[in-house]
Design a protein around this ligand. Structure first.
Ligand SMILES: [Zn+2]
Length: 332
């Protein structure tokens, strides 16, 4: 939202006891928002269903209403609301009014100037960020990578999201398309990824992939009794000692290790953080993951890179979005 940041200014906050930003994490199913101060404390939360509408205004107005709900509580507590920070599941052109370039899960917003619209509706500066990038920044600011300057974050969900923090700053790439770590190749002629390519990390480490790997391992057909199989079920079965479920997590760990080795060789990070709902199987995939990195990484330091579970769960995206707003305001 760089062009819109001229709207950021140091207003006179002397009559307020504190300042907040409202952060929002937009998902295909739910949207969550919170008032957050510049120490990363969350003061008020709200969560509503994301409108399933073809009208971009209907979706954007729901975001503005969630902002109002949080801002109202902040103001009741004498906190001035300085900005609205929104993490979105897609790609953004921040130089074009916060236009949404690609958002497969909320198609109504595609090509919509979300940033400009929200600034008009809320009256405060708006910061938009990709959700995986925001989650990465959240873990660096207030989570597992706190205090680290160079970090890699992978989010294992329906897909595999990624983010890079280099020298303390989020790396967006030359054209705001960087950090797509789920689509690095770990198996040249491997399984088909939703992106159309074969052998992406996402095709071996997402919740969707865990279901497929389990069905493959157990030799069962996806059409018979396996409709109820999902990553959570595979996790439960692995906990109960099901050998095919355990094998699934071995495979996930192996491919995560292969992908992470390439990232470690390229970036030389202080830490690799793994989050997302499908990271619940941590205890079952971390050992094969570490073994693979140890076997393959180029340097001794790389072989022993710190790999840690995410610490802020669903709040990482909210925190990271808030951090980016505070950064623009010059408060962190
Ligand atoms: Zn892919």
């Amino acid at each position: 939202m760089h062009d819109m940041l001229s709207a950021f200014s140091h207003s006179d906050a002397s009559h307020h006891t504190s300042t907040h930003v409202v952060a929002l994490d937009l998902g295909g199913t739910n949207l969550r928002a919170a008032s957050i101060d510049h120490d990363g404390a969350l003061h008020h939360r709200t969560k509503i269903r994301t409108p399933q509408s073809d009208d971009p205004h209907a979706v954007a107005d729901a975001l503005a209403e969630a902002f109002d709900a949080c801002a109202q509580v902040s103001r009741q507590h004498d906190a001035e609301v300085r900005a609205f920070a929104v993490a979105v599941p897609g790609a953004i052109d921040s130089k074009d009014g916060g236009r949404i370039l690609r958002m497969p899960n909320i198609k109504a917003l595609q090509n919509f100037q979300l940033g400009a619209y929200l600034e008009k509706q809320t009256g405060v500066p708006v910061v938009l960020e990709n959700d995986a990038n925001a989650a990465t920044m959240g873990e660096v600011w207030q989570g597992a990578a706190r205090g680290k300057q160079t970090a890699i974050c992978l989010t294992l969900g329906t897909g595999v999201g990624g983010g890079l923090v280099l020298n303390g700053a989020l790396w967006r790439g030359a054209y705001e398309a960087g950090g797509e770590l789920g689509h690095i190749i770990v198996e040249p002629e491997g399984a088909l990824c939703p992106c159309g390519n074969r052998g992406c990390l996402e095709a071996y480490a997402s919740a969707t992939a865990m279901r497929r790997l389990y069905i493959e391992a157990s030799g069962a057909s996806a059409n018979d009794a396996n409709e109820e199989i999902n990553a959570h079920v595979v996790y439960q079965r692995a906990q109960a000692g099901d050998e095919h479920a355990l094998q699934t997590f071995q495979t996930v760990g192996k491919y995560l290790g292969i992908g992470i080795t390439s990232l470690v060789n390229a970036i030389d990070p202080e830490i690799v953080v793994i989050g997302g709902g499908a990271a619940a199987g941590w205890d079952m995939f971390v050992e094969p993951l570490r073994a693979e990195v140890k076997r393959r990484a180029f340097t001794e330091r790389g072989k022993n890179v710190e790999v840690a579970p995410a610490a802020r769960g669903d709040d990482a995206g909210l925190l990271g979005a808030a951090y980016l707003a505070w950064q623009k305001l010059g408060s962190v």
